[in-house]
Structure formats: C-alpha cells, structure tokens
Design a protein around this ligand. Sequence first.
Ligand code: ADP
Ligand code: MG
Length: 695
Amino acid sequence: MAANVMQIYGTKVFNEYVMKERLPSATYKSLKDTLHKGTPLDLEVANVVASVMKRWAMELGATHYTHWFQPLTGITSEKHDSFLSPVGDGTAIMEFSGKELVRGEPDASSFPSGGLRATCEARGYTAWDPTSYAFVKDDVLCIPTAFVSYTGEALDKKTPLLRSMNALSAQACRILKLFGKDVAYVSTTVGPEQEYFLIKKEDYEARQDLILTGRTLFGAPSVKGQELEEHYFGVIRPKVSEFMKELDEELWKLGIPAKTKHNEVAPCQHELAPIFDTTNVAIDHNLLTMEMMKRLAPKYGLVCLQHEKPFEGVNGSGKHNNWSMSTTKENLLDPGDTPMENLQFLVFLAAVIKAVDEYADLLRTSVATPGNDHRLGANEAPPAIISIFVGEELEAVIDAIASDSPYAGPTKMKMDLGVDVLPKLSKDTTDRNRTSPFAFTGNKFEFRMPGSAENLSDANTILNTAVAKELKGYADELEQAEDFRAAVIALVKRTIRDHRRVIFNGNGYTAEWEAEAEKRGLPNKKYTPAALPALIDPKNIALMEQFGVLTRIEMESRYEVEMEHYAKIINIEAKTMLEIANKQLLPAINSYMGDLANTAATKLAVSESLSVRSETKILARLSKDADEMVDAIDALSAAERAAQALESSTDKAFAFHDKVLPAMEALRAVADDAEVVCGEDYWPLPSYSRMLYYV
Ligand code: ADP
Ligand code: MG
C-alpha cells in the first residue's frame, strides 16, 4: 500500500512534475515564471500548454474540459465543453487552444451577483489561476479559474482571495526587508479540518428535510445522545472505514495530501484534515474534498452530510481554518530561537492581534450563514464573539512586554526584547482551549468559527487583507525609524496595550465571558442578518478598497447576495416543514389516532368493562398535538408569506430570522412531542436513534 500511495499520488494532476516532463523547456520556463512570479502568460505559451495539457488529459480518459470556479453562493461550478471539433469532412478532431485554457465564457446570468451585473449584460469570463494545478475528474479536465465580469468586478470568491494574498505578501515583504531579508513573496497557508456526518442512504432518502435543506427540521432527540462521549477518536465503523480509504485514495490521486481522519464528538460524525498548503490551493482542495466525499459515500450505502447542524441536540460540524504566513524558508508565526527571530515573530503576531481586533466585525461576516447560526454560541462551537487565545505562556510574555514588568513564566526572566529569547511554547499549552474562536497554536492561528459547509475564501480574504493593512501601518512607521529595534519594541508594546481586550484565554462557552466581552466592547452579533451589515460599514469598505481587494460596489453586492441567500434558505426550510407537516406528519398522527380509536371502540363493544385508558390517554395527547400542529402550521404559513412579501432583502432576512424561525421552532416542538408517542410503523420519518446509531 505504501508504495501504491507514492504511485498514485498526484496522478490526475497537471503539476510541475508533469509540466517539466512534458512541456518544451522554454514553455516550461515561462509558465514557471507565471507560477512563481506572477508574470502574465502570453498566448503562444498558453497554446503550447493547452495542447500538451489536452493530450495529457486525454490519456487519462478526459473528453471534456471545464473552467472550474467558485460562485458567490454554492460551492463550485463547472460547465463542460468537449474537446471535440468537427473538421467538415464528417470527422472530428479533439481541440483545445490557449485561448480556451486561459479564458472561458460561461453564461453568467443565473449566478448570484447581488445586482452587480444586469441580466441583459450577463457577460463574465473565467480566467485560469495557474497557481492551482489543473486536474482530471470524472473524465473532465478541470481548470481552476477566477470569475470576473467584463467590467472587472469579481463575480466569485477566488478573485478577491488572490488579491488579498498579494496584498499581504507585498506588506509582509516590506517588513521582512527591514529585518534584512530580501524575499520575493510571502504566502499565506491554510490547513482546513473538515467535519462531516455519514448516515445511511435509506434513512436520508426517507427524509425530505435532509434532501431539500441538508438538515433535519423535525425529530425528537435520540434516547442516547453523545453523553457517553464514546465516539470521539472511537473505532471507525467498517463501512465508514472503507469509505475513508477510497476517499483518501481518490484525494491522493488529485494531489490532495489527506492526512488525518478520525471520528468526531457526535455519533456518525467524522473529520478529515489534509496537510496545509498555500491558501488558494488549500481552498480548491477543500472544495474538491467536499465534492469527493459526497460523491463516494453512496457507493458504501451512505450519504455525506456537510450541513453545520444536521441534527438538533448533537454537535454540529465546523471547518477549522489553520492559518499562517510563510516564505519559502520560514513560517513567520514560528517564534524562532534567537532574539531577532523573536522580535520578527512578535511583529507578525502583533499585526494579527490588531487586525483581528479592528476587523472582528468583518471577520464575523465571513462565517455568517444560516447553517452556522446553529453552531456559533451554542456551546459546541466558539461563541459569536471573536477573541484570541494565545495560551498562558504567551499571554504572560505579552503582558510583561506591555507593562515593562518581569516575565513571570515557568522560568522567571525579564522580557527585554531584542536580548532575551522567548520561552519555548509547548504545543500543549497553546492547543488546549477548544472554546476559542481564534487560537494561537504554537506556530499558526486556528480560526475555529467557519462552518463545515462554507467556502473558506471569504474568511481568508478578510483575514489576509486586515493583516496586510496592519503590516502596512507598521512598515510605514518602521521604514522611517532611526533606531529600528527600539521602534519595533515600541510598536509591539503599543499594539498589545491598545488591543489587549481581544485576548482571552478562558472558557468561551460561559455566560460570564459574554458579559465580560460586552464590557470590553467586543462585538457579539448572534445571527447572520445582524452580522452582515459589517460588510457595508464604511471602515470595512475602506479596508477592502485600500488594498484593491473589493470595491464598494462589490462589497454592497456581496451584502445583497448574503442577505438574499439567508432569506432564501430559511424560506426553503419553512416550506419544507409545512409540506412534511401537512402531507406526512398530520396524516400519520391521524392514522394512528384512527387505529387507536377503533381499538378502543372495538374493546368497548366486546365488553364495557374493558379498560380503554391507554388508548384514551395517548389519544388525548396526540389529539392535542394535532390541534396545536394545525395552528402552528397556520402561524408558520402566515409568517412565511409575510416575510416573503417584503421588498428589501434586508427586511426580508430579518423577518425570516425574527418571525419565521420561531414559528418553525413552535411547529417542530409539537411535532416532536407527537413523534415520541406515535407508533413507529406510522411515523414516516426515520428517528434520530435510528439515523445516528446504525450498524
Ligand atoms: P489539530 O488542530 O487537530 O491539533 P494539527 O495541529 O496537527 O491538528 O493541524 C491541523 C491542521 O493545521 C493541519 O491541516 C495542518 O497541516 C495545519 N497546519 C500546520 N501548520 C500549518 C501552517 N503553518 N499553516 C497553515 N496550516 C498549518
Ligand atoms: Mg484543530
């Protein structure tokens, strides 16, 4: 198997190894310049690359190609075109030109754009992102691309991400230069940990709520929940294990370094983490991983659920975004071993702390989705308040720096920056707090708020840009400094003093923290429509415009798209509930009540002395539930119609949150009460116990 892994790894990827082997050396050299230095690709080179790429893909069975991109909502999009080109004599050749490689023109009119692009000028194009390798999937050559309108606005999630990476690089290079390092590019790196559920396909197919919305909208709690805490790192079900093996293999073929896999906290919940990579590549890979999970599960009689909260009452799924900045030689968030390395580390650390504090509201928008609203603040995931965990040791260091007092860590010493070496931070003390939304874990930060279903591009775009902004401020200041070392120390101190409020090492799940955070003035936006207005806050628009990542118009359009998306999702959920309640649950309750009533009547006909207490008792409860259900149905229906009738997407989103969600909860509560007493043969939906505890 080990040898096999090496043989299959990357076999479906047009990577540098393949390029080097197959491309004429001059072409390879130009492409490499594009890859590593961002030099524009000229058409002649593109033509050669395209033809070699086509031949390579055809050898792997590809007949079509697609520009693979990330629309504003949803995960990825692709439109397949065949290589086929009729030659006029009834035969055809397989063609693929450089123009087709570098630029595609999907009909963009039905992708969400938030008013950016009137439908009549539905013209956008996709442009190859050569830093993310092309690959073959399902007989299709997939070319990772960015998607922009003809007037240059970003219509996707990748374009701003690439812009933000360049912005951060430019500023980080300036800082490194001051430390005497001439570096051409600083990349941001990401290692996403993907959580997901696997349930039986037959159960999934019996639940319209899972099919239409990805989560269960009804369902009484399982008699056994996750209280035994036996699932985390537990033995993996054989079927699941087989699935994971094939998943690993398919991912390896695509050059995705899938590394760890294990069971998670909730029953049926699992996690997969790859080895980290450059941000845009890591995100492309994460999206592919999600797709592959969904695609392979049915082969094993399973369905992969990636919604943040498929089941009420058991943990939901997140996607931890491990993040750092690196040159080809060093990880900039690694404290290092010498005073100078420590000082450099502290500058980058301070920039992240300042960025997260100043743009917490904007960062919060990147994880605001209707699905993730069920997690954040629900005592299973970080709260909606963004704070930074640095661990006790680093906190002691930071406090010592800020207050000019001796560092009182395990080894007492005065922190005279630039002379002393930071105490070694053990992974143990930096990785213990699982309740923190933004945790320093030794040599990287782990942003734990993103939901499992999300595309991590937004989170990283915002993080990169905010950090770029702080690095720029630092570079502007330090480049003017007469005494560099003194200036750096002053700057680190000032940052820590000004932004100390965002650092919190305690338990983020407690009510005390919520109160304390409020005192500190940290924002706490608990749900999506409340969080999204930060997208159009002038301070945040200014940030994005300053670095050319997004324009005001692009930000406004994203705000529109997200608000609309929220309303649409809740609307689908509400309507799905109504349909299930009307067409499946009420009829089931009535049918069971009919049988119970008949049994009682028959018993009484046989003998007046037979007790019908059990029938009567259950009938009374179900009859009450059924009455309450029809009322709840009417109330939900009215709330849904009223919300839907509103004009602005903002009003709509708030109405769906304030009015429709509570009506959904009310309907669910009565239905779940009925489920508990209704006969199993009558209840149409597979129960939580059955779905979560399959064998
Ligand atoms: P856990 O968070 O479960 O303890 P690890 O700390 O081993 O797991 O790593 C989680 C993820 O962080 C992995 O995907 C790993 O590749 C990634 N990671 C490690 N170093 C970096 C880095 N410098 N930049 C980004 N991600 C990283
Ligand atoms: Mg982790």
